[in-house]
Design a protein around this ligand. Structure first.
Ligand SMILES: Cc1cc2nc3c(=O)[nH]c(=O)nc-3n(C[C@H](O)[C@H](O)[C@H](O)COP(=O)(O)OP(=O)(O)OC[C@H]3O[C@@H](n4cnc5c(N)ncnc54)[C@H](O)[C@@H]3O)c2cc1C
Length: 327
């Protein structure tokens, strides 16, 4: 068991006058409680930075993962939830302030960052690390919004059990789609995987496992057109890419697994985004174009989005923030 670190940083109790009130300034605010944010928190605490971590919830995507994680060193096979609980416990062994809230805006005023939250709080810091990760990308087809919670789902761990012995469609033939199908194969009677491209992109090992279930039918070159139903979704219509013909599948549920979109609109005035709305950072330091503002994990530009790469960036960003604050 680690001992709580004593904070000895001289800037920790510095305050400034805002209107009629004295406001406490943190050295560092971390936004997000996924692998990147938790790791940044551990590194910041070990540098004795007076740190506030603001997060909607702990876990991020890892907590929503359907099947076990097999590629995080030291754990062999571990469920996403268990891994993130270990991360969270590790973080809380250090002295770090945690606030459950959602950040809606960050501004820089002079040398300080003002961070506003949905809960109507305002916090101040000299440096900020954004680790707000990514959310599922929507399909944007008719019927999707109408049937959210009534057949359309973005989280198989959360909603899968509702589809016992039912027929479901998973939209997306990448790793996430195949993992979802694998998870659902223990619950549902029949699963379709619909892939837009002529071939699926999932790892071979996942393809093999899915095949072995005997419950999954893969339809490639399938362009989803709409989700239909009355009270609940009951069918999907897709276009066959090679013939242009429309086909209908009767289903009870639709799981959307077509990728993720970074959730960083609250910081848009202070950073540059690439064409996929990912934050552009300096590779060495994870610094954005605004001095003192760092970003780490899935919210950033980067092709390989994994727990270990998010943790690595979280560590880099916290150490770079420490250097920035020391200057
Ligand atoms: C289905 C699936 C399977 C995966 N399987 C694996 C795997 O087997 N191995 C692997 O290494 N990786 C896997 N990944 C990828 C891995 O989960 C991510 O790369 C990793 O979670 C990214 O961590 P992160 O901290 O950058 O972001 P996230 O995990 O997305 O965490 C973001 C955090 O920020 C918080 N947040 C968001 N917006 C705000 C806001 N405005 N204010 C406050 N807090 C906010 C969220 O609540 C959350 O806590 C998988 C991902 C998916 C979707």
């Amino acid at each position: 068991m680690l001992k709580k670190q004593k904070i000895s940083n001289p800037v920790r109790n510095r305050r400034f006058l805002s209107g009629a009130n004295w406001v406490k300034i943190y050295d560092l605010i971390i936004i997000g409680g996924g692998p990147a944010g938790i790791t940044a928190g551990i590194y910041a605490a070990r540098q004795s930075l007076n740190t506030l971590l603001i997060t909607k919830e702990f876990g991020g995507q890892v907590a929503r993962k359907a099947v076990a994680i097999e590629n995080y060193p030291g754990f062999g096979q571990i469920s996403g939830l268990e891994l993130i609980q270990k991360f969270e416990k590790h973080l809380k062994e250090f002295r770090i302030k945690i606030k459950n809230d959602s950040v809606v805006k960050i501004k820089k005023v002079g040398q300080f960052f003002l961070v506003n939250t949905e809960g109507k709080n305002q916090f101040e810091a000299k440096a900020v690390i954004v680790t707000s990760g990514a959310d599922p990308r929507p399909l944007e087809v008719p019927g999707e919004k109408e049937f959210i919670g009534r057949g359309v789902s973005y989280c198989s761990v959360c909603d899968g059990p509702l589809f016992k012995d039912k027929t479901v469609a998973v939209i997306g033939g990448g790793n996430a789609g195949f993992e979802t199908a694998l998870f659902l194969s223990n619950i549902a009677k029949k699963i379709y995987i619909l892939e837009f491209n002529p071939s699926v992109r999932a790892d071979k090992v996942l393809q093999e496992r899915v095949k072995k279930t005997g419950k999954v039918e893969i339809i490639t070159s399938a362009i989803l057109k709409k989700i239909k139903g009355s009270q609940f979704a009951d069918s999907i219509v897709y276009e066959e890419g090679n013939t242009g013909k429309e086909k209908t599948l009767l289903i009870d549920g639709v799981f959307v697994e077509i990728g993720l979109q970074p959730s960083a609109s609250f910081v848009k005035d202070l950073v540059d985004f690439n064409e996929r709305d990912e934050i552009v950072v300096d590779f060495e330091t994870c610094q954005t174009k605004t001095p003192g503002l760092f970003a780490a994990g899935d919210v950033n530009v980067g092709h390989f989005k994994q727990i270990i790469t998010a943790c690595g960036e979280g560590a880099k960003a916290a150490l770079a923030a420490y250097e920035y604050l020391s200057r």
